[in-house]
Design a protein around this ligand. Sequence first.
Ligand code: NDP
Length: 384
Amino acid sequence: MRAGYGAVVAGLGGALPRLANASPLASDLLASGASPADAEKSPTAERKAGWAIVGLGKYATQQIIPAFADSKRSKLVALVSGSPDKARALADQNGVDPKNVYSYQNFDAIRDNPAVDIVYIILPNSLHAEYTVRGAKAGKHIISEKPMATSVKDCQTMIDACQAANRKLMIGYRAQYEPFNLKAIEMARGKQLGTLKLITADHGRHLDPGDPADQWRMKKDLAGGGSLMDIGIYNLNAARYLTGEEPIELSAMLHSTPGDPRFREVEENASFTLRFPSGVIANCTSSYSYQDVKRYRVFGTDAWLDLDPATEYYEHRMKIGHKDRQEEIKIKEESQFARQMDHFSECVLDNKPVKTPGEEGLRDVRLMMAIYEAARTGKTVKLS
Ligand code: NDP
C-alpha cells in the first residue's frame, strides 16, 4: 500500500512534549541495558545513531542503504515501506531486526522504538512533509530528501514541526558533503579563481516512463514539478553554495514538447538566470530530455573551474582553466552518502548545528516557486 496524504500536515501548535533534556542517544544506551547514569555520562564518540529509512525505492536501496557500510557514526536499524515482502527481504539482507519493519500505517509506533534516533524520508516529493511531521511527533530527528517539499507552506510546516518537537531537521543535499564540491566552494569563495563573474550549470536526464521510479515524477501532485524540482535544484543549490550568496533577482523560461505524454503535468525543460548581490550571474538549465548531464562551470577573472560531472554519485572530474594552461585537480573520492549521514548522526549525537537544515531546503523551494512565477509571467522577479 502506498503512502498517501492521510495524515494532517497542518500546524502543530506548541502541544508536543519537549524532549530537550534527554541526551540524544541516551535512549540507545538504555535500550542496551545501561543505567540512566551510564547513558548520561558515556562519551558519544563511539556510538552510532540508529537510522530508519522511509520508502525503499531506487535511491534508498541503490545508494543510501549500501552506504551504511562506509559510515562511522550511523547504523541502519529500521525500515518503513508499503511493500512488506521487499522490506522483509531488505531487513534480512541488512541485519535489521524484523520487528523494526514498519508500514506507512503503523509508522507512528516508531515513537516506542528507542533504537531509532533518526528517520530518513526518501519518498516522492509531496510526501516529505507528512512523514516529517509524523516522525517529529514520534520524537525522532528527521532528514528529508530534496526537494524538501512541493510548497513553501509545507516546508514551513516541516520546520515548525521539528522545532515544536525539539528535533533536528536536515535536507539531503549530498553535494554539500562531497569532496569535489567542497573543493570547488573553497576555490570559488577563496578567490582562487579571481573575482567571480559567472556560473553556468546544467542538469539533465531522460525521463523514462518504463522506470518505476519515474512514474510519480510525471505526476504534479507527487513531484510538485518537472525537471526543475527534480534536478534543476542542483543548479540552484550549487549557484548558492559556490557564491555563498542569495540571489536578488531571477528570470526564467520553461518548455515542454507539445503532445509528449510525459509532460502533460510537469515541465520538460527549464532555463533560469539568477543575479547575485556581488554581480555574479548564474545561467542554469534543466531537462528531462538530455542524456545524463550534471555539470557546472564557474568563471572568475583569473581562471574557470569546471566540475563535470559535478553531482554524480561517484567519479567527479575537476578542471581548472588558467590563461595559458589547463590542469586537472585530483581528489580522493569518498562516499558522499556516508559523509552526509555521518554529519547528521554527529549533529544528533553531539548536539551540533546542521549544515543543511530545513531553512536551506525552504530557500530553494521558495526560489523554485519564483522561477515558476517568472516563467509564467515572463517578468523578472525581484527577491527580497
Ligand atoms: P522511487 O520511486 O524509486 O522510490 C520512492 C519510494 O517511495 C517507492 O519505492 C515506495 O517505496 C515509496 N512510496 C510511497 N508512496 C509512494 C507513492 N505514492 N508513489 C511512489 N512511491 C511511493 O524514487 P526515488 O528513490 O528516485 O526518489 C525518492 C526521493 O529521493 C525523491 O524525493 C527524490 O527527489 C529523492 N532523490 C534524491 C537523490 C539525491 O541524489 N539526493 C537521488 C534520487 C532521488 P516502498 O515500496 O518501500 O513503499
